[in-house]
Design a protein around this ligand. Structure first.
Ligand code: MG
Ligand code: MG
Length: 249
């Protein structure tokens, strides 16, 4: 079942989305060599309290932190740690969600730590553009695989791998709702998109192969070939006038 949100419900989802964007902006500004992923996580949680929103990930299937922070070859679901210091040249993915009055918002960005290599910069730019190519397909009358097709078609021309094991998702009263939104697939296939659906679009793109594996901590997904990976995500409503990104200021 794919839920359809009313205008009033979208209003609450916009508030959740704005809080996500605000806190993500602030975290991105804190990213510098020497900061730990733990510092970023603690900051996000304190800001949730100040903005009267609830962290969406903490305790979700037992996830132990507020933000998923994934560095370099880590793809998604990295666990913040006091021991994990960000170094010049790293790239760091910050994946963060909240709920407001029971409505969820979910967004992710990958940012450079200080100066990074040209190849890392390009991966970040291409993954971000891949997200926007996907978002552009969030229109009534399109189908769910049109989104993944647009992402895949764009990023694969650079030789990058599109992660298959993790996908985007519907979002609303729950962090993860139907449908699944893969970042690959054939144009014109899958669920028909309708006004009022809200989808979290989230390409995870590797410089090398698409294969990923989960580390012994049970959470952190890394690239099998240890190549760099980037992740961008927005929560997007399908409106009569096209896609509306909810996780923006
Ligand atoms: Mg997310
Ligand atoms: Mg998500």
């Amino acid at each position: 079942m794919v839920s359809i949100k009313s205008d009033r419900e979208l209003k609450s989802m916009r508030k959740a989305g704005v809080a996500v964007a605000q806190i993500l902006d602030e975290m991105c500004q804190m990213v510098k060599p020497g900061i730990t992923t733990w510092d970023l996580d603690r900051y996000a949680e304190s800001r949730c309290k100040e903005l009267n929103v609830a962290p969406a990930f903490k305790g979700y299937h037992g996830f132990p932190a507020t933000v998923c922070i994934s560095v370099n070859d880590e793809v998604v679901h990295g666990i913040p740690s006091r021991k994990k210091v960000l170094n010049e040249g790293d790239i760091v993915g910050l994946d963060f969600g909240v709920s407001f009055e029971g409505w969820f918002g979910d967004s992710a960005r990958t940012v450079p730590v200080g100066n990074v290599s040209a190849e890392a910069k390009k991966l970040i730019e291409v993954t971000k553009e891949g997200l926007y190519r996907g978002i552009e397909q969030c229109r009534e009358g399109n189908r769910v695989f049109d989104i993944g097709h647009a992402v895949q078609n764009y990023v694969e021309q650079f030789g990058y791998g599109v992660v298959r094991e993790f996908v985007g998702h519907g979002i609303g009263r729950a962090l993860h709702e139907d449908p699944q939104v893969p970042n690959y697939g054939a144009k014109g296939k899958g669920l028909l998109l309708k006004v009022g659906m809200v989808l979290a679009i989230e390409p995870m793109i590797n410089i090398g192969g698409a294969a990923v594996k989960v580390l012994a901590d049970g959470w952190t997904a890394v690239t099998v070939d240890r190549s760099l990976s980037a992740h961008f995500e927005h929560t997007v409503a399908i409106t009569p006038s096209g896609p509306e990104i909810l996780t923006v200021l």
